[in-house]
Ligand binder design. Structure first.
Ligand SMILES: Cc1ncc(COP(=O)(O)O)c(C=O)c1O
Length: 355
């Protein structure tokens, strides 16, 4: 049987043999006592790369965002976020469930930004009727907006507005390295104005588990307490951190290849009659494409999708797996383990999606 080509997400990556060796050889200790040397090394390395004072290993990107927002926002305060942001859409409402934080969702533009005017307008004045606006989050790259990278000038402008209004800026940088590679910019430049950033080791960097939160020493001190309260204080998690160190040392070049593979997909899909794609604006490893209105699906696709009422819905055509994210809109994500030949194979299969 031919190998499954899994383009559902970059979270499906498996550790390489060398990464597994790094895991096996990791020096361990109890991290809740601050004694795991591998975690300490990873956190220091991540902080240095991000240009921040300290880092903190957390089990997931979701926990990284939650911990950061819980540090920035007191109960009953408000946070501004995009209506397509991962934190608003896919983090189980954690900021409101565990933090009592009111979310103010503003429209995400196709380029992943929130309109600057909308941000100004949303910041509350001091009035007994209103919650205080305590923070804003940006997502870079923006998952639901074609994996678009945000420009540093835009981030700077948002940070200035936040800081002028006594608010904090958090960046959900689950894929911040994709943003830095796409713009050939040092990643630290993309987060220089942020009070905190979360990035994931377990996506394009292909580690099995883990994300890192970075910020000032004072911020990380509080973040560590909240991580503990959420049950995220891990003991000999140097096992995980060893993979993270390997990722930061060895996997950044892979991201370039992932972007190249995505570009090849975009160009191919753009040539397929009946499919449409925003081919000029896809710059990283996530892409969405649509079936044009009125075009009939091939039998294999329509059999799988005839009774769908829940999205995203998982599709398998031949040995290619991906998501239908909304009706007639599909997502593909390139990542470590996907070869150029497999991209060609994927395009052949997509070429037969329609009748
Ligand atoms: C933009 C973004 N933020 C945060 C997360 C959450 O990461 P995790 O799945 O590790 O909780 C994801 C996951 O896909 C994501 O795409």
């Amino acid at each position: 049987m031919s190998k499954m080509i899994d383009l559902r997400s970059d979270t499906v990556t498996l550790p390489s043999d060398k990464m597994r060796e790094a895991i096996t050889g990791a020096k361990l200790g109890d991290d809740v006592f601050g004694e795991d040397p591998t975690i300490n090394e990873l956190e220091a390395k991540a902080a240095k790369i991000m240009g921040k004072e300290q880092g903190l290993l957390v089990p997931s990107g979701t926990m990284g965002n939650l911990v950061s927002i819980l540090v920035h926002c007191q109960r009953g305060t408000e946070i501004i976020l995009g209506d397509k942001s991962h934190t608003f859409m896919y983090e189980a409402g954690g900021i409101s469930a565990f933090g009592g934080i009111h979310s103010r969702q503003l429209k995400n533009q196709a380029d992943g930004t929130i309109n600057i005017e909308d941000i100004h307008f949303a910041i509350r004045t001091d009035n007994v009727h209103f919650p205080k606006t305590a923070a804003i989050t940006l997502e870079n790259t923006h998952n639901l907006c074609n994996g678009v990278p945000l420009l540093p000038e835009y981030i700077h402008e948002v940070a200035q507005i936040a800081h002028n209004n006594n608010m904090k800026l958090h960046i959900d940088g689950a894929r911040i390295f994709n943003a830095s590679v796409a713009q050939t910019l040092d990643v630290a430049k993309l987060v220089i104005d942020a009070d905190s950033v979360t990035f994931c080791l377990s996506k394009g960097l292909s580690a099995p588990v883990g994300s890192i939160v970075c910020g000032s020493g004072e911020f990380i001190y509080e973040a560590r307490r909240i991580r503990k309260a959420l049950g995220g204080g891990m003991r000999q998690a140097g096992i995980i951190a060893a993979a993270g160190i390997f990722s930061l040392d060895n996997m950044l070049d892979q991201i370039k290849e992932d972007h190249q593979n995505a570009k090849q997909l975009v160009e191919g899909i753009n040539q397929i009659e009946g499919l449409s794609i925003d081919h000029e604006n896809i710059k990283t490893n996530i892409l969405y494409f649509d079936i044009e209105k009125g075009k009939p699906r091939c039998d294999e696709l329509s059999q799988q999708t005839q009774n769908i009422d829940i999205y995203p819905f998982e599709i398998q055509l031949d040995n290619i797996r991906f998501f239908e994210s909304q009706p007639s809109r599909f997502r593909l994500v390139t990542h470590y383990g996907i070869t150029g030949d497999e991209i060609e194979k994927t395009l052949l299969v997509l070429g037969h999606m329609l009748k």
